[in-house]
Write a protein that binds this ligand. Structure first.
Ligand code: PRF
Length: 376
């Protein structure tokens, strides 16, 4: 089937070195790239109303096959009108395929050529996830961007083990593509695996390209390796990926991981870090990260950042935010989740503007200098 009838399309609008600025058009709205996708694991971005998430600048959310298949169940979400209506987020949603979460959360996992069987971490009931069932679940959820089922292994690992998981992921990629059946109203992404081995990464990318996907995810990173190893793998792999397709680095990361990956040609990111760190009392600002749990904030009348475009960074004293964190008030989690997601969106919006203006290198240097100089 030709790609011209596709209702979800990617177009590049600018590039600067390897860094790219683009747009994914979907029937549910446009996604500007580089994009950060807040994580809505269980049908909610924790501690945030959907409209607040949108107001931070997010164009798209991430949802999880694993969590939603267990609770409330994919068929139930479908009968309730799909994930967008269920949670009342009417913009695009990307869903992960479940394999990664099975490996990190489920009990009694058994991996075979066919797929993976496991027991729920919630009530111990048994499930099977195959490449075909994962596509079916993500279709029932009515996801706009679907991931193939893959196997991600932690690093460091033996080359033989990395190779086995990469080859299995490629065979699952092929089955996923068949099961996806060229649906025109969503995209299907293949996932590059291969650990920290340049040759295996190149083989994975070549295999996925010959199957042909709407976009290419980079999995198997931020799984225990140092940042310089992740950056080396990215520098090696992005030139092997089709220039005209979006690239998504899964589960990454902190602001400086994202900045470095954008410089290496990555377009999309997701991570629980900004919301999880917020719930634990950490605030991301232009001047670095502040741990509001720390007693030194107890009498500090200054706001987090009085020149921030985000009203929540100007509204309360650090002393008040410290109090909310120390007393474990729900408002503390709400405010700090908002502040962190807004900062991540400010960072990706800044990168988009810099790429358009051909000043990505300067933008990255200025951003890093502000983080380093921050007197917090
Ligand atoms: N595969 C999938 N989801 C993921 C990963 C992966 O490798 C990662 C690794 N950082 C996060 N989420 N399917």
């Amino acid at each position: 089937m030709s790609t011209t009838s596709k209702l979800v399309t990617f177009s590049l609008t600018a590039s600067d070195g390897m860094a790219r600025c683009g747009r994914i058009d979907t029937p549910r709205g446009e996604i500007s790239t580089p994009a950060f996708m807040p994580v809505g694991t269980a049908g909610t971005v924790k501690a945030m109303y959907p409209e607040q998430v949108r107001e931070t600048g997010a164009d798209i959310l991430l949802g999880n096959t694993y969590h939603l298949m267990l609770r409330p169940g994919a068929e139930r979400v479908a009968s309730l009108g799909g994930l967008h209506d269920f949670m009342d987020w009417q913009r695009p949603i990307l869903t992960d395929s479940g394999g990664f979460q099975v490996m990190s959360l489920a009990k009694l996992r058994k991996l075979t050529e066919k797929g993976v069987t496991f027991k729920s971490h919630i009530d111990g009931s048994a499930y099977e996830l195959t490449p075909e069932r994962s596509i079916e679940i993500q279709t029932l959820l009515d996801s706009d961007i679907i991931m193939q089922l893959d196997e991600c292994i932690a690093l460091p690992a033996e080359r033989k083990e990395i190779e086995r998981a990469m080859e299995l992921s490629l065979r699952w990629a092929d089955r996923s593509k068949t099961a996806f059946n060229n649906q025109q109203n969503r995209m299907l992404f293949g996932i590059v695996q291969g650990g920290d081995d340049a040759e295996l990464r190149a083989k994975s990318a070549a295999g996925l390209k010959s199957i042909g996907f709407d976009g290419y995810s980079i999995g198997g990173l931020a799984v225990g390796e140092p940042q310089d190893v992740m950056f080396r793998v990215l520098s090696d792999i992005t030139p092997d990926l089709p220039w005209d397709r979006p690239r998504y680095l899964m589960g990454v990361g902190k602001p400086d991981d994202i900045l470095g990956a954008i410089e290496r040609g990555v377009d999309m990111f997701d991570c629980v870090h900004p919301t999880r760190a917020g719930r634990h009392g950490h605030a991301y600002t232009r001047f670095g990260v502040i741990n509001l749990k720390n007693a030194r904030h107890k009498d500090d009348h200054r706001p987090l950042d009085e020149a921030s475009p985000n009203p929540n960074c100007r509204r309360w004293s650090r002393a008040y935010l410290h109090h909310l964190v120390r007393t474990e008030e729900i408002l503390g989690a709400m405010v700090l989740s908002q502040i962190n997601l807004a900062y991540y969106q400010e960072l990706t919006a800044g990168a988009r503007a810099a790429i358009k203006a051909q000043r990505m290198t300067d933008f990255a240097a200025e951003t890093r200098a502000a983080w380093a100089a921050g007197d917090l």
